[in-house]
Each structure stands twice: as structure tokens, then as C-alpha cells.
Ligand binder design. Sequence first.
Ligand code: ATP
Ligand code: BTN
Length: 282
Amino acid sequence: MKRAAPISDLLLPADLERGLGLRLLGRRVIYQRRIDSTNDLARYLARSGEPEGTVVIAEAQTAGRGRRGRSWLSSPGAGLVFSLVLRPALPPGRAGRLNLLVACAVAAGLEEVSGLTVGLKWPNDFIVAGGKAGGMLIEGSLAGGGADYLVVGIGVNVNDAAFPPELASRAVSLRQAAGRSFVRREVLLSVLARLEEYYLDPAWRKDFSRLLDFYRAHSTILDREVTVLGSGGGYAARVLDVTENGELVVRNGEGATKKLWSEEVSVRPDTGIDDKDDKLVS
Ligand code: ATP
Ligand code: BTN
């Protein structure tokens, strides 16, 4: 995982701000060579009153995080890790939409820049060629029924040639899947452009059907058998749908339909689970 970035592929703010030309995202870019977690700095800034649109980006994270305290490993110079500060004015109960919106925008941006097909594995994985090429972690504080701020953290494996042993069976990079490398700045710009377009489109706050259709079409688990893992253990289920608020609708073995929140569970495609340590075994 130690590969220095070629000089031309650094993510310097001046290059980014020039390339961006967006109305909202990247109005301010904070660039760090090394940081614990871009989400942590973005959250600190958001709590200190940072306006929305700021992008925090780093070459290397020393404590990158996934959901439920899991770690996110990224290779300096090969991976892309960044976080956005957003302050969406969302009606109460609608915050879950943002997860779907971000997932759709990242998938669209990655597909456009790479020509690859990007699948969405609920709730936060980006799947390319059967492996995990990226993930997102949305954290925030909700006030008065709406979001005071949200931090949207995104990690993408762009040019990794290989992964450490603990990730090798699950992770994939765009480069491995496409057989060519990518300029990380272009990948970032493509994702931000789609995020901004979707986020600023007033339609998604009212009519979510178009994005939901996109999400369904990209889902890697819709209509499939999965194992749902929660605090009380795991059970087999079939994925029926995703709701516009981001819940996963499943039917369990007894035929009961349940709506799952991403905070409560992990979902594994039914390829075999080692239930001792919750790792995929195939
Ligand atoms: P879930 O389906 O519950 O989201 P997950 O296995 O996708 O489960 P996350 O909670 O999203 O896990 O946590 C991050 C996981 O991603 C880590 O457990 C690790 O296995 C994996 N991971 C860490 N770094 C990378 C990476 N660069 N590429 C692919 N996968 C990674
Ligand atoms: C996942 O586990 O699938 C989500 C991973 C999210 C990783 C990104 S990298 C940028 C931001 N900073 C973090 O510490 N996590 C997110």
C-alpha cells in the first residue's frame, strides 16, 4: 500500500478549484498530505460553522473509518479519500434520502469517468467487477428535524495495484478492473460534478422516483438472497426493495416483510458467512 503519487496526480487545491467550477462543492478545498480521517476534520469544521460545500481531501489517512468502527485503508497516491460538508434543508424523516442520493451520484460519476459498471451494495459500498472499489460514510448532527450538518466521506480505490492480505479477497481498484490507471483528480471531479448536480436539483427533495429507479437498477442485492447480520445474530432473507428513505425491504424465511435501517444491520450476499468473525469466506 506504499506507492508515492506521481507529481501530476497530486490533489492540490489550486488544480482542483480550477477544474471544479462548481457552484457549491469545492468552493473551499482543504488539502492535507496526511490526516487521521477526513471525516473528522470535516466534522470539526462543520461544528465550527463551516459553510456547506467545503471539501476536505487527503493523500493519506492514518485512521480512516467505515461503518460501525471498521477501518478504511487507503493507499497514498493510489486511493482517493475526501469528505464534504453539507447542510441540507430536509423535511423531518427525509434525511435517509441523502444516502441514496450520494450513492447514486458517486456511482454515476465513477461510471462516467471510468467506463466501468458500478454496483451499489446497500448501504454504503461501491462494487466493481465483483469487488469493493469504494465506500461512503455519512455522519452528522440532526437538529429540529432537519440536518444541522452532514459530513459525507467517500473513499475510492483508484490506482491500487494490489491490496494488503486482509483486503485482497474483497477489494478492487478501478485500475485493476479497467486495466488502466486513472488521474485521481479527474475521478474526483467527475464524482463531485454529479454530486453537485443531484444535490442542487430541487426535484430530489420532492419526487425521488428517478433516483430510486437509478438506485434499484444499480443495486447488487435487489431480488437476491442475503444474510442479514444484526446484534441478535443473522438470518436469511430476500431483498425486495429499497425505500425512498433509504431502508432496505427484505422478506425473511417466515415470509415476514421487514424494513431495515443501515445503522442496525449488515447485509451479506449469500455467498457464505463465517459467523464467528462475520467475514465473507468465499
Ligand atoms: P457493511 O455491509 O455492513 O457496510 P462492510 O464490510 O462493507 O459492511 P463497512 O462497515 O462498510 O464494511 O466497513 C469498512 C470495511 O471495508 C472494512 O471492514 C474492510 O473490510 C473494508 N475495507 C477497508 N478498506 C478498504 C478498501 N480500501 N477497499 C475495500 N474494502 C476496504
Ligand atoms: C465503507 O466502509 O464502505 C465506508 C468507507 C468510507 C471511507 C471514507 S474515506 C474518506 C472518509 N474518511 C473516513 O475516515 N472515512 C470516509
